[in-house]
Design a protein around this ligand. Structure first.
Ligand code: NAD
Length: 358
């Protein structure tokens, strides 16, 4: 196959980690007989510097003409909150997700076997294994609802943020979760706050309808406060966890912490028709940019997700994940995941070793 990939290298360590991921993609192409056409897309602080805005005209169209998008990271102190919105990298990130209709954010939190020691939880808990997929609704809920701030007569200033969800929005993310569970261990945990929120009660009723339809998948309701607790008590119990935007924002960060390092975790944002967007969960790490210190594994594992979810190529995805695990099992570490005092390797060397294993 020939795949056309949009590359948004972005800012800080973005270009360094994307370059290694591209190298791995090419190694996979050689092994499995695929070719790639890469299209560089300018977005983020680097776009502000080049053309005066972080989300240049025509960005979405360029991406839509590709089979998938790989993003490094955007942002940095140079383009902070004192800048107008159109120059800020975060504006571009929200815009591209919205324009590509990426309503489902998939964040696996898996403890890689060779990294069990990095898990901050009890040894017995880590030994049970952690391999869950957080499915977060990405384009609805309180982050996109109407907001207001006004002066009251007797209570000073007051502010409101509206959380709204439609059955349609809930059903499409729910279906994603059940379909994913069928490819995994066939369990869906749906997280809500149905004892308090009306949106959660609607969420729950739609999920129950889907659970009947996907009767081969085990289903449970989990209240969000309980889920936060269970993620540190016994994360091994979860397979696919599906939830709305704000709960997912918080819980996915919590889930990623229990697996150790931010430099190891990939993510995917997908919609119904447009190309999926794949990116590491970390940011642009300006503190280590340009020093060959960044861990490229999260971006490389994002490419594995691209093969699995955009191209339905599980074999290629497995080969990438196996190569990463093999390199970690041999003891190779970038500085962020190295034990204190242990010699580490750089971004390029880590990329080279993973390519070699493919
Ligand atoms: P960050 O993830 O960039 O960095 C947090 C810490 O983790 C830093 O110490 C950094 O050195 C380290 N780190 C991150 N990725 C690493 C990697 N691959 N290898 C080794 N160490 C790594 O988060 P931050 O410092 O809060 O944000 C920096 C900038 O990134 C900000 O401008 C922020 O807005 C932006 N950001 C972008 C995205 C994105 O592009 N999706 C996500 C989060 C933050």
């Amino acid at each position: 196959m020939n795949y056309k990939i949009a590359l948004i290298k972005g800012d800080g360590i973005g270009p360094e980690v994307v370059n290694e991921a591209v190298g791995v993609m090419e190694a996979v192409g050689k092994k499995f007989g695929h070719t790639f056409e890469f299209v560089d897309v300018l977005l983020g602080g680097c776009a502000t510097d080049a053309v005066g805005k972080s989300y240049p005209d025509g960005t979405a169209e360029k991406c839509k003409a590709c089979d998938a998008v790989l993003l490094g990271a955007v942002g940095g102190p140079k383009w902070g909150s004192d800048k107008p919105a159109e120059q800020r990298p975060e504006t571009a990130l929200l815009a591209i997700r919205k324009d590509l209709g990426l309503y489902a954010n998939l964040r696996p939190a898996a403890l890689r076997p060779a990294m069990a020691d990095a898990c901050p939880l009890k040894k017995e808990t880590a030994e049970k294994g952690i391999d869950l997929m957080m499915v977060r609704e990405l384009t609805g809920g309180i982050y996109f609802g109407k907001r207001d701030k006004y002066q009251t007569e007797d209570r000073g200033l007051e502010a409101t943020d509206l959380m709204a969800y439609s059955e349609k929005e809930i059903e499409r993310i729910g279906r994603r979760a059940f379909e994913l569970a069928r490819l995994r261990r066939k369990k869906v945990s749906s997280v809500d706050k149905a004892n308090v929120l009306e949106t959660s009660r609607l969420w729950r009723s739609v999920m129950h309808r889907l659970a009947e339809e996907y009767s081969d998948v085990q289903y449970e309701d989990v209240l969000v406060d309980n889920c936060a607790m269970q993620l540190v008590r016994d994360p091994g119990q979860f397979d696919v966890v599906v939830t709305e935007n704000m709960f997912g924002d918080i819980l996915s960060d919590e889930a990623s912490m229990v697996t150790g390092s931010i430099g190891l975790l990939p993510s995917a944002s997908i919609g119904d028709t447009a190309p999926g967007l794949y990116e590491p969960i970390h940011g642009s790490a300006p503190d280590i940019a340009g020093q060959d210190k960044a861990n490229p594994i999260a971006t490389i594992l994002s490419v594995a997700m691209m093969f699995r979810y955009s191209f339905q190529r599980a074999e290629e995805a497995n080969a990438i994940e196996a190569a990463v695990d093999a390199v970690l099992a041999e003891g190779w570490r970038t500085p962020d995941i190295a034990e204190p005092g242990v010699k580490s390797i750089g971004t390029k060397e880590m990329g080279r070793l993973i390519r070699e294993h493919i």
